[in-house]
Design a protein around this ligand. Structure first.
Ligand code: PLP
Length: 354
């Protein structure tokens, strides 16, 4: 048997996340309300010729750059932010380097750090899940070549204060600093305007969440032109498929659809907080399209009982950085009604008590 390159065996194996979901999917922070009808109309109009040729990304990349208010040379469209993370980490990290990030957070950061042969340096948050800005600065070394901050953070929903991000950027000129704004639309805070001042800053955005296009796999990475030129060298030329490229301008054009979805998420998120607090279950203030709830030692049973009702939530309770926690994506109002109808039974069957 062949052995993988040194370090690959240390990469944690992610279980198949989308196996057998047939019901209400509140487990992967997707937009269960779906994408703009304009996207669906575009999809229906596609012909054989539209998918027969290799895709041309230039015009759509320029449109996304214009949407972000930057130049095309500052932006790379990627196969989801997942690919942006992979490219960025492969570009700046090598054996002996360190990737720094707070935990709990998005699991692609450790995976891509270890895959690059680097060391993952993790800084734990306290149980309030506040951004550990000072601890991150204290953990910097000359080998810190990559810093990743999901903002808002997944799975906690917490937001890093802008002043803490600026302090980190000032303190780490030797590192590529990724601010992963996958949930930007739900909070409105962005570091895009800081790209000019900090050439080592990179900002990632996705179309998987507020735009409802997770299945099309489109995200983007923005950064200083000279740094993006290096990342671009590693990017497979056709990693954004023609269907995604055809649909993206339609999705961008329907900002009303995005705004209405965000309003619904915020309303339902507040209702979910209230729903859990009725049972004395702790939640944390979230700036994303999801909420983290503390189910204590019942986290796995709670998740399994909900699945029996065809409602999928994400058990994060096995992660020592957020023990006992379950993450619930904010669904549509009818989906959340089904959630509340199932909640008392799932709590009771899982053995939960306050
Ligand atoms: C913080 C964060 N970054 C990136 C992603 C992945 O986004 P994409 O679907 O664009 O790959 C997610 C998905 O859950 C996420 O939570």
């Amino acid at each position: 048997m062949l052995r993988a390159r040194e370090g690959v065996e240390r990469v944690p194996l992610i279980p198949q996340l989308t196996a057998g979901r047939a019901g209400i999917c509140l487990d992967l922070n997707e937009n269960t309300a779906g994408c703009s009808p304009r996207v669906l109309a575009k999809l229906r109009s596609l012909t054989a010729a539209d998918v027969a040729l290799y895709p041309e990304r230039g015009a759509v990349e320029a449109a996304v750059a214009s949407h972000l208010g930057v130049s095309p040379e500052n932006v790379l469209l990627t196969n989801g932010v997942d690919e942006a993370i992979l490219l960025l980490f492969s570009c700046f990290l090598g054996p002996g380097d360190e990737a720094l990030y707070p935990i709990p957070t998005f699991p692609m950061y450790p995976i891509c750090a270890l895959a690059a042969g680097a060391r993952a340096v993790e800084v734990g948050m306290d149980r309030d899940f506040r951004f550990p800005g000072a601890q991150l600065c204290a953990a910097l070394t000359p080998r810190t070549r990559m810093i990743a901050i999901a903002n808002p953070n997944n799975p906690t929903g917490s937001l890093a204060p802008r002043k803490d991000l600026l302090a980190l950027l000032e303190a780490a000129p030797q590192a590529a600093v990724l601010v992963d704004e996958a949930y930007f639309e739900f909070c409105g805070q962005t570091m895009l305007a800081d790209l000019r001042q900090f050439p080592h800053l990179f900002v990632a955005r996705t179309f998987s969440k507020a735009y409802g296009l997770a299945g099309l796999r489109v995200g983007c990475l923005a950064g200083a032109a000279e740094h993006m030129a290096m990342v671009r060298r590693l990017a497979p030329p056709f990693s954004i498929n023609s269907v995604a490229l055809a649909c993206l301008p339609e999705a961008l054009a329907d900002q009303e659809h995005v705004a209405a979805g965000v309003i619904s998420v915020k309303r339902e998120r507040a209702r979910l907080e209230a729903g859990f607090s009725k049972y004395g279950i702790r939640t944390w203030p979230s700036q994303g399209n999801f909420l983290l709830a503390d189910l204590g030692k019942w986290h796995a049973e709670f998740t399994a009982e909900f699945a029996k009702d065809g409602i999928y939530v994400r058990d994060r309770g096995g992660d020592p950085a957020c023990s006992g926690c379950v993450r619930i994506t904010i669904g549509t109002s009818p989906e959340m009604d089904r959630f509340y109808a199932a909640l008392p039974g799932a709590l009771q069957r899982s053995g939960w008590h306050a």
